[in-house]
Write a protein that binds this ligand. Structure first.
Ligand code: NAD
Length: 278
């Protein structure tokens, strides 16, 4: 029987734990969510993050800035938040308008307040096995995998996708768990053959239902990070109906990885507050 991994339930438990830990810690973590412009999808994401933070006792503040803000003005705002002792987490909602250099903005955030884990210092810390803030989506995936499998040592893991936000940090986390990791991408030869070697297969591509049953080893665990909209309905990068019967376990879309991302953002904000107190 295939286990359908319930990310919604796991995320609810993680949020409850974060709330409890915040209460016990006596900390008042503060999260600043910076939204530039008025992209409707970004507005929804920011609203959800703000609301979820408040529910666990994080003092969330959404800072809305005009779409035509200059890079210098945005950097000045970040510098102000870096200095603000009440703020422990800073998140800049991406994408930013085209005239702004996203990398420069992310790298202007104090790395210890970088709750998205995108700062080059946090990427470097993760790469060299030092403690730091880890990107929320891959963190959510690894928590689901460890909950399901316990020890991941020696497993063959294949990650499809090499973005800085999902694919690369995901591969790094799997490596830290002693998996043998392959990163596959748009130029990989024989992608189905590479994927068929995986005990753990993570799909983070953004192509609806790309991963088919013949790409998946019998008894593999499949984590579907993809979020795609087809005919108004959400689906992942994995052809769930075809693939699920072959798997030991699989995340659905929606209700799998998605809810873990915000829950991990809250966890990161608490972790940042703890680190900053030290
Ligand atoms: P991205 O576009 O930055 O990266 C996609 C990666 O897929 C690239 O590295 C590319 O090499 C690879 N790729 C593209 N076409 C390919 C192909 N035909 N074969 C193999 N590899 C191919 O995307 P991203 O930001 O990493 O996001 C990936 C997906 O995950 C998207 O659907 C996104 O919406 C979703 N996502 C979900 C969450 C969540 O909370 N669940 C968070 C972030 C991203």
């Amino acid at each position: 029987m295939t286990k359908i991994i319930n990310g919604k339930e796991f995320a609810a438990k993680l949020r409850a734990l974060t709330l409890k830990e915040i209460e016990v810690s006596g900390l008042k973590p503060g999260l600043a969510v910076v939204l530039v412009g008025n992209d409707p999808a970004s507005e929804v994401y920011v609203r959800n993050k703000d609301a979820a933070a408040r529910e666990v006792g994080i003092a969330a503040e959404t800072i809305k800035l005009a779409a035509d803000i200059s890079q210098a003005e945005l950097l000045a705002k970040i510098a102000e938040l870096n200095k603000d002792k009440k703020i422990h987490g800073i998140l800049v909602q991406l994408p930013l308008p085209k005239h702004i250099d996203e990398k420069a903005v992310i790298n202007a955030i104090d790395p210890d307040k970088d709750v998205d884990g995108f700062h080059v210092i946090n990427a470097g810390r993760a790469f060299t096995g030092q403690a730091g803030l880890v990107p929320c989506t891959p963190l959510g995936c690894i928590l689901l995998l460890k909950d399901l499998l316990g020890d991941l040592s020696g497993m063959n893991a294949v990650v499809i996708g090499r973005s800085n936000i999902v694919g690369k940090p995901m591969a790094n986390l799997l490596l830290a768990e002693n998996c043998t990791v392959t990163i596959a991408h748009s130029k990989t030869r024989d992608l189905p053959g590479v994927c068929a070697q995986a005990d753990i297969l993570v799909a983070a591509v953004g192509r609806p239902k790309m991963v088919k049953a013949n790409w998946v080893k019998e008894g593999a665990v499949v984590i579907d990070v993809g979020i795609n909209r087809v005919d108004g309905k959400l689906c992942g990068d994995v052809d769930f109906d075809e693939v699920a019967p072959k798997c030991r376990a699989i995340t659905p879309v929606p209700g799998g990885v998605g809810p873990m991302t915000i829950a991990c953002l809250l966890k990161n904000t608490l972790d940042a507050a703890r680190r900053l107190r030290k």
